[in-house]
Design a protein around this ligand. Structure first.
Ligand SMILES: *[C@@H]1O[C@H](CO)[C@@H](O)[C@H](O)[C@H]1NC(C)=O
Ligand SMILES: *[C@@H]1O[C@H](CO)[C@@H](O)[C@H](O)[C@H]1NC(C)=O
Ligand SMILES: *[C@@H]1O[C@H](CO)[C@@H](O)[C@H](O)[C@H]1NC(C)=O
Ligand SMILES: *[C@@H]1O[C@H](CO)[C@@H](O)[C@H](O)[C@H]1NC(C)=O
Ligand SMILES: *[C@@H]1O[C@H](CO)[C@@H](O)[C@H](O)[C@H]1NC(C)=O
Length: 283
């Protein structure tokens, strides 16, 4: 290949690279972001356009003769600042609608152009935890094997991820651009562990610790042994109430000195009563 061809290819490459260069920039709603040209001193006029790459792209700021700056349009009213030295653009009080392409063009014949792809994120909301299919009657029948599940949900937004963590380890996660809310269920397996639900986007995160005692009071005991004794306590409590009632009734009957009172033991054939009577006698 001849020297001219090489030169042509080199120029083509440089120009092309200049034109297609895209810098990704993340911003947070309400904050400020600066799109840096990385040029120490601009020698030509500067033009900034937005939203670059769309049919509605317009010039939003311009620098003439190294010192005269002009801003256009209502959208960025009083929020733009063009640095006359470097040509960099600062956008203040960002909102999510400021997301999009910003093109910096230096020199009227496109000596240099850089495209910035700006993405503005809001703060992620706080997740919420609510119980899921915690069936009280199930627990009463099978106190030792009932499971407890909860659901964590959060308002969705740009690149929001919702996850369950246990002792800093991620157990599960979800994200979807199409939903209004993200939700993730959790079946609690270790009541001695700290679970937390975390929501995050590229600029912020929020997490909420799961209080197992609040959502799964029947299972919140730290060990299986403790869980069983707790359920016995509940049964014992019910039994004792019956016992007191039975005894009270018996005493009342005795006061009346009714012959029937002597036949009271028959009453104890009612299961709970007999059981609690034996327990209270033991006590
Ligand atoms: C400017 O320099 C910074 C730091 O070296 C770099 O991260 C950034 O991508 C550069 N921007 C451009 C437009 O080259
Ligand atoms: C608990 O165990 C009983 C009997 O073993 C079973 O019938 C029931 O389905 C179990 N319940 C749960 C929630 O696993
Ligand atoms: C989920 O979405 C509904 C409406 O679709 C809303 O009322 C509710 O507050 C949302 N929940 C969370 C945790 O964001
Ligand atoms: C919780 O208890 C289980 C066994 O019951 C054990 O394997 C696990 O390491 C414990 N977790 C913590 C955080 O203590
Ligand atoms: C959450 O945000 C804090 C700063 O706000 C950061 O230090 C931390 O690493 C973030 N955590 C995660 C899991 O992204």
């Amino acid at each position: 290949m001849g020297r001219i061809t090489w030169l042509f290819l080199f120029c083509f490459y440089v120009l092309n690279a200049g034109q297609t260069e895209v810098k990704k920039v993340r911003g947070r709603a309400g904050k400020t972001v600066t799109l840096h040209s990385n040029i120490t001193e601009v020698q030509s006029d500067v033009i900034w356009s937005f939203p670059f790459g769309t049919s509605s792209s317009k010039v939003i700021a311009q620098l003439f003769n190294k010192e005269n700056v002009k801003y256009y349009g209502q959208r960025f009213k009083d929020r733009l600042q063009l640095d006359t030295q470097t040509g960099s653009l600062t956008i203040k009080n960002l909102n999510t609608y400021d997301s999009g392409g910003y093109q910096l063009q230096i020199g009227s014949n496109e000596e240099l152009s850089i495209t910035f792809e700006v993405m503005v994120y809001g703060l992620v909301s706080k997740p919420e935890i609510r119980p899921l299919n915690t069936d009280e009657s199930d627990f009463r029948d099978f106190p030792s094997n009932s499971s407890c599940s909860v659901l964590c949900s959060v308002e969705n937004g740009r690149e929001v991820t919702l996850s369950w963590q246990r002792e800093g380890e991620t157990l599960s996660h979800t994200s979807s651009p199409d939903l209004n809310n993200l939700s993730l269920p959790l079946e609690i397996e270790e009541y001695n562990s700290t679970y937390s639900c975390a929501a995050a986007n590229p600029v912020s995160n929020q997490s909420l610790d799961l209080n197992t005692e609040e959502f799964c009071p029947q299972n919140a005991a730290p060990t299986p042994t403790a869980r069983v004794s707790k359920s016995l306590l509940v049964l014992g409590g019910t039994g004792c109430v019956s016992a007191v009632l039975c005894v009270a009734h018996m005493e009342e009957e005795e006061e009346e000195k009714n012959e029937e009172a002597a036949k009271w033991p028959k009453f104890y054939t009612i299961n709970s009563c007999r059981w609690c009577f034996s327990v209270s006698r033991e006590l």
